[in-house]
Ligand binder design. Structure first.
Ligand code: IPM
Ligand code: MG
Length: 357
């Protein structure tokens, strides 16, 4: 199969981790007879430096025309003082919106080989951690109207949060369908004791739950969920939530597994197009030193094969290769522990590629 992939390496460790994911994808091509055509587009700080904008119109068009987009990471202290309209993150939000990527899947799994890396006590993680956060990605306070104006002699800032029934319903369906393929448990996370958007969210989710009688459904408040994730993470299977709650909870959940460097994500549209990226950031402190963990990006590439290209066997092969590399004791710095074999970013990519079957 021939597939067009637009590659957004981005800033900081972005280019290093992307290179390793491409190494693994090329090996998939060699083993399974596919052809992936890569088009590289600048995004974030590197694009601001070159063109004055975090992504060019031409770059955006190349994202729209691809079968899938693979992203490293954007941003860094160098661009922190950019005006809001051209910040590196702005490009990421624009790609999500323009491509209609409303469903963000963030799987969080504790690899048994890395259980020592979790900050939680062994008794708490005994039941395992294997959950997926389904985050709404193109609505809510991220995309509402924003302003800062003088009112009664002082500055007042506004950020509007909106959700319509159809926005809630389509993400709800993705979540129920995801639960049906897993342990059939869904927690919808909201703040319905305070917010109108959450009350509408809860109403729509309740209506949907009637269509999925096999799914054990519950509504939970976001503050209590933040606590339960630490106290009893094994109770969760699929969580569905609005944009900002999902942003916060997914960072919290990733730490349960010891390293944010392991975690992939998929941002999906109503078609097969998607954008795939590790959930960590650009890690400027270790950029250019060959220290980054490329596994989150490699697993994101596996999600791309599964969700956008329908290549489930190939995706499984990548995930199994990662598992085997960890079982054999290879570790990048972020997941290193006594007695293991410490490897660089490039060595980790090569290992996963070599372990592919
Ligand atoms: C994420 C990131 C982004 C977000 C930032 C970089 C805008 O934190 O993908 O979780 O808030 O969505
Ligand atoms: Mg985030």
């Amino acid at each position: 199969m021939v597939k067009k992939i637009t590659v957004l390496s981005g800033d900081g460790i972005g280019p290093e981790i992307i290179k390793e994911a491409i190494k693994v994808l090329d090996k998939v091509c060699a083993l399974y007879g596919h052809r992936f055509e890569y088009t590289y587009v600048d995004i974030g700080g590197c694009s601001i430096d070159k063109y004055g904008v975090p992504i060019t119109d031409k770059g955006m068009t190349l994202c729209k025309s691809a079968d899938a987009v693979l992203l490293g990471a954007v941003g860094g202290p160098k661009w922190d003082s950019c005006p809001p309209s051209i910040r590196p993150e702005k490009a990421l939000l624009a790609v999500r919106k323009e491509l209609g990527l409303f469903a963000n899947l963030r799987p969080t799994r504790l690899f048994s080989q890395l259980s020592g890396a979790s900050p939680l006590k062994p008794a708490v993680i005994e039941g395992g951690i294997d959950l997926v956060i389904v985050r709404e990605l193109t609505g809510g306070v991220y995309f509402g109207a924003r302003s800062t104006k003088e009112e009664n002699g002082e500055l007042v800032a506004h950020d509007d949060m909106n959700y319509s029934v159809h926005e809630i319903e389509r993400i709800g369906r993705v979540a129920f369908e995801t639960a049906m393929k897993r342990r059939k448990k869904l927690a919808s996370v909201d703040k319905a004791n305070v917010l109108d958007t959450s009350r509408l969210w809860r109403k729509v989710m309740h209506e949907l739950s009637a269509e999925y009688p096999e799914v054990e459904y519950s509504d939970v408040l976001v503050d209590s969920t933040a606590m339960q994730l630490i106290r009893n993470p094994a109770t969760f299977d699929v969580l569905v939530t609005e944009n900002m709650f999902g942003d916060i909870l997914s960072d919290e959940a990733s730490m349960l597994t010891g390293s944010i460097g392991m975690m992939p994500s998929a941002s999906l549209s109503s078609g097969t197009q998607g954008m795939y990226e590790p959930i960590h950031g650009s890690a400027p402190d270790i950029a250019g030193q060959n220290l980054a963990n490329p596994i989150g990006t490699i697993l994101s590439a596996a999600m791309m094969l599964r969700y956008s290209f329908g290549m489930a066997t190939e995706a499984d092969a990548i995930e199994n290769a990662v598992d085997a590399v960890l079982t054999d004791g290879y570790r990048t710095g972020d997941i290193y522990s006594e007695g293991m074999k410490r490897v660089s970013c490039t060595e980790m990519g090569t290992l996963v590629a070599n372990y592919l079957k």
